[in-house]
Design a protein around this ligand. Structure first.
Ligand code: URA
Ligand code: CA
Length: 444
């Protein structure tokens, strides 16, 4: 077999067999196929696509390119959740303890990555002394004892994706649906869960701006999951504004704690209940998704979710007092009000621009070496649908810089640009736009 012939075959629109895909991926990981051939193949895939079977085979080949985690020692159905992008998405911080409080084990492996805020790991590490540095065995025993653990990726998971994603990034082949779907799903399958709930974002702040593309991606991922024997449901959700109010690390931990107290932003709570309800349903803990949501509401009301959050913090060596005393979280020295110069209704809050503002403030990494400031970020005080007047505060910047620093000024510009304010009133957009599962697509 030669890489050249397989590139030609795909370029001409023909189907690649399982053996051919395995050959390409395994040799690429072993550096026996050079980047330039894989780049050409990626471009051929970008234009010709992959069918259902090819996409599944590519995903499995990537999953098998490195270590895979087995969670078999943990009793029960293990359900994982994944969100595709988004800014200020605080759902994992709420769902890990809340779903565990319902008796469904949550073994969460997360990456750090680059981004507007840190990843889920960074956010948890804003809790004083919290450690995400557990081995897989320590994670398994933590989950057996307390039902939940959130740990950094250890071992060599999906090296094929690390190489291929970096290559796609510089060859204009990131936004190919089968390549995105196989990239995400190979990592999720390697992390060992029995079932998956996917939160596929659509809108300005997502990398799939339009709903039809998001539905296609969701279908692709559900087919891969089901094809690999893991029950998979995708929820399509709105990203025409960031979720909740908080965009930052400690700020999002605070927002998660408030949500577990039943005092969080309505949109964040709504999405957590939907995703969590789906997770309980897939774990066979409830008869219907609706019943799952009711269970989670009860666990918020009676404080069991908060209690589980404390247990999670204890098992990961952090200070559980933050749950009762939010002042123990890192705090920025300076709060700066961002005031609008327009009057009208907020139609959109471009999540991308808010993300850039948060990065400017130091909440996220610009390069792998950047050090995150856990305390800083943005609170969105006004959201889509709100009416504002000239001079009204729309957001608050939390920073350790002085107010007239260039970073703060740039952040303010990004935030004001992010708010799309128009004269005409707007109907609140639906947060949950549809569900895709093995039975098909439901759009609300
Ligand atoms: N996220 C991933 O992990 N992979 C992609 O290809 C795109 C987004
Ligand atoms: Ca948030």
């Amino acid at each position: 077999m030669r890489a050249y012939d397989l590139i030609l075959k795909k370029r001409n629109g023909h189907e690649l067999s399982k053996e051919e895909i395995d050959f390409l991926i395994s040799n690429y990981v072993e550096n026996k196929i050079p980047d330039y051939q894989m780049a050409a193949l990626s471009m051929a895939i970008f234009f010709r696509g992959l069918n259902k079977e090819e996409t599944l085979n590519l995903t499995l080949a990537m999953m098998e390119s490195g270590d895979t985690v087995s969670l078999k020692e943990i009793p029960g159905v293990k359900v994982d959740k994944h969100s595709t992008g988004g800014v200020g998405d605080t759902t994992t911080l709420v769902l890990a303890p809340l779903v565990a409080a319902a008796g469904v084990p949550v073994a969460k492996m997360s990456g750090r990555g680059l981004g507007h805020t840190g990843g889920t790991l960074d956010k948890f590490e804003s809790i004083p002394d919290f450690s995400t540095d557990l081995t897989i065995d320590e994670m398994i025993s933590a989950v057996k004892n307390t039902g939940v653990a959130v740990v950094g990726q250890t071992g060599n998971l999906v090296p094929a994706d690390k190489k291929l994603y970096a290559l796609r990034d510089v060859t204009a082949t990131v936004d190919s649906l089968p390549l995105i779907a196989s990239s995400i799903m190979s990592k999720k399958l390697a992390a060992g869960a029995d079932a998956l709930v996917l939160d596929v974002k659509t809108g300005d702040g997502a990398f799939l701006k339009d709903l039809d593309m998001a539905i296609e991606l969701a279908k692709n991922m559900v087919e891969i999951g089901e094809g690999a024997g893991r029950e998979t449901v995708a929820v399509i959700t709105d990203m025409d504004q960031p979720l909740g109010k908080a965009v930052g690390n400690a700020l999002e931990i605070e927002e998660a704690i408030l949500t577990l107290r039943g005092e969080g932003p309505a949109d964040l709570e709504e999405l957590c209940l939907e995703l969590g309800g789906q997770m309980l349903y897939l774990a066979d803990a409830v008869e219907t998704v609706e019943a799952g949501k009711e269970t989670l509401k009860r666990l918020i009301k009676d404080g069991a979710g908060l209690e589980k959050f404390k247990e999670l913090i204890v098992v990961q060596k952090g200070n559980p007092s933050v749950v009762d005393d939010l002042s123990l979280l890192p705090k920025a020295s300076n709060l700066i009000s961002v005031k609008t110069t327009k009057r009208g209704y907020i139609h959109k809050i471009q999540a991308e621009a808010i993300g850039l503002a948060a990065t400017k403030l130091g909440a996220g990494r610009e390069t792998k070496e950047s050090i995150i400031d856990m305390a800083v970020g943005i609170m969105l005080e006004k959201k889509v649908g709100d009416l504002v007047n000239v001079g009204d505060e729309v957001a608050i910047i939390h920073t350790n810089e002085v107010a007239d620093s260039s970073k703060v000024k740039e952040a303010i510009d990004f935030i004001l640009e992010a708010y799309e304010i128009k004269e005409d009133a707007i109907i609140q957009p639906k947060l949950i736009k549809g569900i895709v599962d093995k039975t098909g697509v439901k759009i609300y």
